[in-house]
Design a protein around this ligand. Structure first.
Ligand SMILES: Cc1cc2nc3c(=O)[nH]c(=O)nc-3n(C[C@H](O)[C@H](O)[C@H](O)COP(=O)(O)OP(=O)(O)OC[C@H]3O[C@@H](n4cnc5c(N)ncnc54)[C@H](O)[C@@H]3O)c2cc1C
Length: 508
């Protein structure tokens, strides 16, 4: 039965997911009379990691009408032009590659990259490392901000890095100003009605809290949707081995140089992130507990970061539940964030999925007159997003060529493979048309064809035999041309440190 407005919505959990949901719902439904409350436990706290994003985050703030200048200085925010992947491949010339954020302005370079890549895929001698063909790579390498001056007609896409705690605080302040109510308390029991819906939650201090609809943002604990409603969890463990992380911040080696990229370096049993914020660098090692224990992981990260002496940063050890719910929306409950699922942060996609889930929910719940009418297509779509991100992350492991530990060999030889990834590899290895294949699969894809080209070429998945000289009718692009054009373009972009400092000064 359709209702006149969404009624009372209770969000349980005040991490980044909870506050992103609160502000988005207040923006969409506040004026329609929705009563939105966020309840969070100060005894449990938030996970406090999650500092990288995708360009989708730009759309999040743009929709809310919040410019970069307003929120970034509050959150020690920096710009992110893309992700660099050193040491995943051992193939000569491909020991490191860059996955850029690109925009329509990159089209001429993408065409050049594509032309060479197709020739190289057929074992002709052509330069196919993606780094060369994207302005974004030069901006990131040379610590520039992705905001061109007026002298150039070029649009650079970008994302952000930020402090995970401060972004929650910022969104909380804004949400409260938009009418969201806030309760600090711990849920001790979830009360179900006879029909199985959630009727209320019992809390320590506020007693029984009722609502018409519940949003579970309780992190990995999944208090409402898994523990109470018993929605099954689909593990990705067979595809992605990593289930632990150790995090430790460090000061900037040189505060004047602020790189505008995330670096994801492969280590012995996983990979390490490096995320530059304005005031510090976030670091962490994501690894598999089947191959490494906490102490050894911490030691390997410290040595990767070249930390010596007495004044060492403290390490935080984290467990990760990797996979997704069978249904993110069940009965009168929607799970968002870690409660809903998680894929290791190699492509920093968790908050992108939070945003996708919230936006789709707003659309479908409203379209169905605030009923469960569109619950099934909603769940199918969210599951597809999860599985397709998993496939792209999985591909990094499948394509690795490291021999140094059994972990990397097992990841490459992993017999668990989705149909989508298997079909992509078959087409590519036969020298077939990858663009055609990605377009064929587009309904179940989260990543663009260019991202797929970048990973296949960036990891050096090319024939092993020495490349042949191209014929005259197989025109190879000289990489010096795109490189010079990109470097020239780069001159129109300001120094990253200067840009974020100026933003901070303007809002001091
Ligand atoms: C190692 C690691 C690295 C990551 N890196 C990235 C990244 O680079 N980019 C990215 O997008 N994401 C990343 N993520 C994911 C990101 O951290 C989360 O998606 C994000 O922080 C949202 O978390 P959350 O709000 O779902 O959960 P949490 O932050 O865990 O919040 C849970 C909330 O639920 C409340 N709660 C729990 N139980 C109860 C209860 N019984 N009663 C009341 N309240 C309760 C807690 O008080 C808290 O407020 C990373 C995650 C990990 C583990």
């Amino acid at each position: 039965m359709s209702k006149e407005n969404p009624g009372r919505i209770l969000i349980v959990g005040g991490g980044t997911a909870g506050w992103m949901a609160a502000i988005s719902l207040a923006h969409a439904w506040g004026k329609l009379g929705a009563e939105i409350t966020l309840l969070e436990s100060d005894a449990i706290g938030i996970i406090g990691v999650g500092e990288g994003s995708t360009p989708k985050m730009r759309r999040f703030f743009a929709k809310l009408g919040i410019p970069d200048q307003e929120w970034m200085p509050h959150c020690n925010g920096t710009y992110k032009c893309g992700i660099r992947f050193p040491n995943w491949s051992t193939r000569p010339g491909y020991e490191s590659y860059y996955h850029p954020f690109f925009s329509a302005s990159d089209d001429p370079y993408i065409r050049a990259f594509y032309q060479n890549l197709v020739l190289r895929q057929r074992n002709l001698d052509a330069h196919a490392l993606p780094d060369t063909y994207f302005v974004s790579n030069y901006l990131a390498k040379n610590a520039r901000a992705p905001l061109p001056d007026g002298g150039v007609d070029y649009i650079a896409d970008y994302a952000y890095h930020f402090d995970a705690r401060l972004i929650g605080d910022f969104l909380k302040t804004r949400s409260l100003a938009m009418g969201v109510k806030h309760l600090v308390d711990t849920v001790t029991r979830v009360e179900q009605a006879e029909n199985g819906d959630i009727a209320a939650v019992q809390t320590e201090a506020h007693g029984r809290v009722e609502a018409d609809f519940f949003i579970d943002c309780t992190g990995f604990a999944s208090v409402l949707i898994c523990k109470a409603l018993q929605v099954p969890f689909v593990s990705y463990k067979d595809y992605l081995f990593n289930d632990r992380a150790v995090a430790m911040p460090t000061p900037h080696a040189d505060p004047a140089v602020l790189r505008s990229e995330t670096t994801s370096t492969a280590l012995k049993y996983g990979w390490a992130w490096k995320i530059p914020l304005t005031n510090r660098v976030g670091n962490g090692y994501v690894y598999s507990s089947d191959y490494l224990d906490e102490a050894a992981a911490e030691q390997e990260l410290r040595s990767h970061l070249k930390l010596t002496g007495d004044n060492q940063p403290e390490a935080r050890h984290l467990k990760m539940r990797v996979g997704r719910l069978e249904q993110a929306w069940a009965r009168n409950c929607l799970a968002i964030g870690l409660a809903q699922g998680f894929i290791e942060p190699l492509e920093a996609t968790a908050l992108m999925i939070v945003q996708d889930t919230v936006e789709n929910f707003i659309e479908q719940y409203q379209r169905g007159g605030w009923s469960a009418q569109y619950q099934e297509p909603f769940n199918a779509k969210v599951n597809l997003i999860f599985d397709s991100v998993r496939d792209y992350v999985y591909m990094h492991y499948k394509l690795n060529s490291r021999q140094d530990t059994p972990y990397w060999v097992a990841a490459r030889e992993n017999p668990h493979i989705s149909d989508s990834v298997r079909e992509i590899l078959e087409v590519w290895d036969k020298g077939g048309d990858l663009l055609d294949e990605i377009n064929r699969q587009s309904a179940r894809m989260s990543y663009s064809p260019t991202s797929w080209f970048c990973i296949m070429a960036g990891m050096g998945r090319f024939p092993r035999k020495p490349p042949r000289k191209p014929r005259r009718d197989q025109p190879v692009i000289d990489p010096a041309g795109p490189k010079q054009s990109c470097l020239k373009m780069m001159e129109h972009f300001p120094d990253h440190r200067a840009a974020v400092d100026a933003m901070r000064m303007a809002h001091a």
